[in-house]
Design a protein around this ligand. Sequence first.
Ligand code: PLP
Length: 434
Amino acid sequence: MQYYSLQNHQHQVSFREAVIRGLAPDKGLYFPVEIPKLGKANFIERLEEYDPLYIACKVIQPFVGDDIPEHHLKQIIRDTLSFPFPLREVEENVYALELFHGPTLAFKDVGARFMAGCLGYFRRGDEQPVTVLVATSGDTGGAVAAGFYDVPGVEVVILYPSGKVSELQEKQLTTLGRNIRALEINGSFDDCQRMVKTAFLDDELQAHRPLTSANSINVARWLPQMFYYFMAYRKVKQWKKEAVISVPSGNFGNICAGMMAAAMGLPVAHFIASTNVNDTVPRFFRNGEYEPLAAIPTLSNAMDVADPSNFVRILQLFAQNERALKASLTAYSFTDAETVAVMEKVFAERQYLLEPHGAVGYLGLKKYMQQHPGHTGIFLETAHPVKFTNVMPDSLKEKVEVPARVQQLFSLEKKSVRMDADYNKMKAWLMQAD
Ligand SMILES: *Cc1c(COP(=O)(O)O)cnc(C)c1O
């Protein structure tokens, strides 16, 4: 499969190159030149007969082509899907697709592990290691650290804003060691992101130490997120029902993967993009103007994104036809007050503990189903509640079950390099560190 830059359709590269580069040189996102179709009679209709590994392989193989041999691709998928994706009934006809049973307890584990497998394969045998340089506001860093841990030929450097990630998130970044290093920056997430972007444009640094990004726009992080939509449909199909799916959205990569799955032939009646008050897309749906404002901090902080990178990919899926897009996708936004209220209500009535991102997804699903009855509804629960205990109301805090591996993390020693938000200091460190 070839990929073109959304800024310039003439610029085309292989899967391998799209993964290594991350972003096209003109800063466009990569998009596949064609959307493979999955057979209805011989695949979709028979999904429940197939095991997850076979399904995932069939779904992703056309996007990878010959760039990774099939037996190796299968191994990468096996490593990626090494944890379950249960569909839990929260109330009649409403299901949570739990994506938080992976190593760092958020759905980003899926994309990070798959990308690590691909990059590790592409860099095998290269004598000069590549450095994955990434800025994190919380969840991405942990998933990237765990995904790339001990991958030969790959060094990982994670920048995070000191004091602005939760204790659990910090432990996930700073305790692995080996090829994973954490720079604790005296500054904000935006400072970290600015330093990373400057590094990518620095030829002198790149010549000394080749860099790559593990940002969510990388096709190897985006596309494997299709897997769990197929797993969910496999269950729903056994119940002979039609599903609508609500995705709590920030950068819109996760929902874009679901819509790509639908474009390949997965039957989904409708998608709902649920956002917090960072509502650029819901506003665009209301008034036709795409107008990002400054990002506003909320309880669902992984979705505090004002200008979602992947929305251009969603537009491209519908060939920029807004009417067709609106027939498949609805977008709603919700406040923190609504989020907390629904977390309390769902726990009181159903004993199901939502965390803030999943709660936003649940709110969007319920709103849509009220206006369009008769569907089975699925919302994505994107993180384990333990990651967001700090923003939960007291009544719910004590209900959070702390998984054993989290307890163990707290006993490990944090190792980070403290640094001012000064690009030249980081550059000097990257030029020296081996
Ligand atoms: C990253 C993240 C999101 C948003 O996903 P996008 O693909 O950026 O829309 C939602 N919930 C959690 C917990 C996240 O970490």
